[in-house]
Design a protein around this ligand. Sequence first.
Ligand code: PLP
Length: 358
Amino acid sequence: MKNSEPAASAVVRKALEEGLISARCPAAVFIGLPAYQQKLAELSEAFPYPALNALAVKTNPLIKMLRMAADKGFGAECASAGELAIAKKAGFPAGCIVFDSPVKTEQEIKYALEEKIHINADNAQELALICRLMKNGLYGRKGSIGLRINPGLPLNGYNRYFSAEERNNITGMRSSKFGILLDQAKALLTQNNEFSKILTGLHVHIGSQKSPVEMLIRGIKNAVGLAEYLNQSHNYQIRTFDIGGGLPVKYTDEDEAISFREFSNLLYSEVPSLRKYRVITEFGRAVFAKAGWAASRVEYTKTAWNERDEKLKIALTHIGKNMISRYHDILILNADGGLKTGEPIPQSMGNFMCFPAT
Ligand SMILES: Cc1ncc(COP(=O)(O)O)c(C=O)c1O
């Protein structure tokens, strides 16, 4: 970040001069379009057609940016009905949209079926509901239905990557909230022949950021093994495999990160049978994180005290925790956009989400 601080300061100065950031418009997002286009090119080169590269809308819901990707044949991965609406508005055709919300209502499922949007079911109950809706004739056509598999990887061996708090909540491990555990999925799908008539894909998503690439590949490999088994021994016709996103980004020198090309080379060499499937990817962070940054006025400042009775300085801004997670660099500028000098003072940032970004 140090090297780019003067450039960021110059951009904010200009934005203030031109009124792009003002009391009435207190925050702005700046995108480096060449960097974004470059990432899109790298992604489609690493996972070429017929793969569908569905960008995770949660990681950048800006319609203009999404539209650029839609125009180039990318897809959109949507974690909610709101994101589906954004994807539609950005111009993604239904066949390029992946509906991944882990808590879809019946109405949302009916909508996705009618629109012929690919649905990744999260659990057994949701899959049964989809099956019932399709069987009822109302939605009797062949849908494009996936099931999210949680490969249930052992924490053993990955401990060092996660803090104690994170260990209970890592996607792809037995404790994860998302998807159905691989063993449970195997039992469910082999015991219920009905599902073989509707299920056309499997889905895995492991990440984000902290999970090593080796862990992502291991999770995908285990779930591809299940697809192979179901196709070979249980009359399933699974043709699509959604590998999710989760590729880490290099924020600091300590972070391990690899390019899309390196990832796809490694993935296909470790999981050659993945070549039999139409791959869907759902990358977010690795596409967008380095392509832009956001600036906000510090609207108010105040103080609080921690349990050791130490004074905490708090700055209230207009940028939510959804945009500034703990991985991102933060630069504090003067009111005119100039670089601040002097000793840095620790601050907590408050905003409209209740989890503070420090
Ligand atoms: C199902 C799913 N797919 C894709 C993504 C995007 O992940 P990333 O930004 O790490 O690539 C997420 C992120 O939470 C997700 O939950």
